[in-house]
Design a protein around this ligand. Structure first.
Ligand SMILES: NC(=O)c1ccc[n+]([C@@H]2O[C@H](COP(=O)([O-])OP(=O)(O)OC[C@H]3O[C@@H](n4cnc5c(N)ncnc54)[C@H](O)[C@@H]3O)[C@@H](O)[C@H]2O)c1
Ligand SMILES: [Zn+2]
Ligand SMILES: [Zn+2]
Length: 393
C-alpha cells in the first residue's frame, strides 16, 4: 500500500510499504478514506525527529471503512464506517473506566515513561504505524473505533479522531463560569474549535493569533480576535474590566520538548545532527513558552489555564510565584477522545453544524501531495489551516 512516511527532519516521503495484517485477535484493519495532518505532526516534522526512524508511517487522525476484524472484535464488522481515536486504549482498566483513556494502564508505553500509545507518534508513544496511509491496523479495535453513519461526508466526523475532543477537553478543563470569558491563545485547528466550543457554550471568547487568516476564521465563528504582540495580556485585561479573562486555553504548545519524558528529551537534544538545529530548537522552545507565560499573565486571579498545546520540558522555567500569588488553576493533557464522543457526536451530525466542522479544512489532496502540504502547513502558506488527505484521490 501507499503510506506517508517520516524520512528525516522536514523530510516527508510517500512510499510503497507492506499492507498491515491482523496480529492480535483484538485488531481490525481499516481502509482509510480521510486522514488529517495535525499540529502535533509538525512537532515530529521539526523537533521530535530524534524519536523517529526513517520510514515510520505518520498520522493519527484517520477514518475509514472496516475491512477485516480479529476474532475477539465483536463490536465491528467489515463495511462499518469508523473514526479512529488518536490514542490506543483498552476501555476497561482503572484509567479508562474514569475517562482517562490517554493514561490507559493496559497500553501505557512504560519503557518510555509515557501514557497510552498514539498512532504514528514516534517511539515515545509506542512506534505504532500511523494513519496517513491506504490501510491502518487498529489495535484494541474491540474498544477504540467510533462507529458512525454512512450518509454524511467524512469531514462531519473526521475531527472526532483528535482535534474536536482535544478542543472540547481544553474548554471543559478551562472551567469557565457560566457566561464568563474564555481567552484562546493559538488559532490553529485546536484553537479554532476551542473558540467555537466556547461560543457554543455561551461564553465570551477572546482569541489571539499572529496569523491574519486564522484570526479571520475565528472571527467568522463569533470570537473577538487579537493580533499577537508583546502587550496582548494587557489588552486582554483591558477588555475584561482590568481583571483578565476567567479562563485561558493555550492551544499553541511548545515545539521544543514534545513529551512528558524529559530525560529522553534531553537525550534527544544530544542526538541532534548539528549545533545550528539545536540552537533553532531552543529558540522555538523559548518562543512557545511565551504563549504559556502569556496565558498565565493574562488570566484573572483565581482563574484557570488549560493547556492543550503539547509541552514537556523538564526544566522549562515557570513563573511560580506569580502562579501561586494569583491562585491559578492549571489543567492539561492529551485528550481522552472517547470521554467526549457522546457530547460531540450529536453536534457534528446536526444539520446546522454548530461547531462549523465543514469550515475547517483549507487543503485537500491525495497522499502524494503530503510532502508539499506538510511544508505549507508548517509555514502557514497559502492560507493553510487544516489539511485532509484522501488516500483514494
Ligand atoms: N492535547 C492534545 O491531545 C492535543 C491534540 C492535538 C494537538 N495538540 C497540540 O495543540 C497545539 C496546536 O495544534 P494545532 O493543530 O492547532 O496546530 P497549529 O500549529 O496549526 O496551531 C498553533 C497556532 O498557534 C499560533 N501561535 C504561535 N505562537 C503563538 C503565540 N505566542 N500566541 C498565540 N498564538 C500563537 C500559530 O500561529 C498557530 O496558528 C500543538 O502543540 C499540538 O501538538 C494537542
Ligand atoms: Zn493530533
Ligand atoms: Zn485502559
Amino acid at each position: 500500500m501507499k503510506a506517508v512516511t517520516w524520512q528525516g527532519k522536514r523530510k516527508i516521503g510517500v512510499e510503497q510499504v507492506p499492507d498491515p495484517v491482523i496480529q492480535e485477535p483484538t485488531d481490525a484493519i481499516i481502509r482509510v478514506t480521510s486522514t488529517a495532518i495535525c499540529g502535533s505532526d509538525l512537532h515530529l516534522y521539526e523537533v521530535l525527529g530524534p524519536y523517529m526512524k526513517s520510514g515510520d508511517i505518520l498520522g493519527h487522525e484517520p477514518m475509514g471503512i472496516v475491512e477485516e476484524v480479529g476474532a475477539a472484535v465483536t463490536n465491528l464488522k467489515p463495511g462499518d464506517r469508523v473514526v479512529i481515536p488518536f490514542q490506543i486504549a483498552c476501555g476497561h482498566c482503572f484509567m479508562c473506566r474514569q475517562g482517562l483513556q490517554t493514561q490507559c494502564e493496559t497500553t501505557q508505553v512504560r519503557e518510555k515513561g509515557s501514557g497510552a500509545p498514539l498512532f504514528g507518534y514516534s517511539e515515545l508513544y509506542g512506534s505504532v504505524p500511523g494513519g496517513q496511509a491506504e490501510y491502518l491496523r487498529v489495535p484494541h479495535a474491540d474498544y477504540g473505533p467510533i462507529v458512525v453513519g454512512q450518509e454524511l461526508p467524512d469531514d462531519r466526523y473526521l475531527f472526532l479522531s483528535d482535534i474536536l475532543p482535544t478542543a472540547w477537553q481544553a474548554v471543559a478543563y478551562a472551567d469557565v463560569p457560566a457566561g464568563g470569558t474564555l481567552a484562546v491563545y493559538g488559532l490553529g485547528p485546536v484553537g479554532q474549535f476551542s473558540a467555537r466550543i466556547g461560543r457554543h457554550l455561551g461564553y465570551r471568547v477572546l482569541a489571539v493569533d499572529p496569523v491574519a487568516e486564522r484570526r479571520e476564521m475565528a472571527a467568522r465563528h463569533g470570537a473577538e480576535v487579537l493580533d499577537l504582540h508583546k502587550d496582548v495580556a494587557e489588552e486582554l485585561r483591558d477588555l475584561t474590566d482590568g481583571r483578565g479573562p476567567d479562563s485561558v486555553v493555550d492551544a499553541v504548545g511548545m515545539e521544543a520538548h514534545g513529551s512528558h519524558v524529559g530525560a529522553a528529551a534531553q537525550h534527544a537534544v544530544g542526538l541532534l545532527p548539528d549545533k545550528l538545529a539545536q540552537k533553532a530548537m531552543e529558540t522555538a522552545g523559548t518562543d512557545r513558552l511565551s504563549a504559556l507565560h502569556g496565558a498565565i499573565d493574562a488570566v484573572r486571579r483565581g482563574g484557570t489555564v488549560s493547556l492543550s498545546g503539547v509541552y514537556g520540558g523538564m526544566a522549562s522555567p515557570m513563573p511560580l510565584m506569580n502562579m501561586f500569588d494569583k491562585q491559578l488553576n492549571l489543567r492539561m493533557g492529551q485528550a481522552n477522545v472517547k470521554r467526549w464522543v457522546d457530547d460531540l457526536l450529536p453536534l457534528v451530525e446536526d444539520s446546522a453544524d454548530p461547531l462549523g466542522v465543514m469550515d475547517m479544512t483549507t487543503h485537500r489532496a491525495g497522499l502524494d501531495e503530503a510532502p508539499a502540504l506538510y511544508e505549507k502547513f508548517q509555514k502557514k502558506e497559502d492560507g493553510c489551516i487544516k489539511v485532509v488527505l484522501n488516500p483514494s484521490a
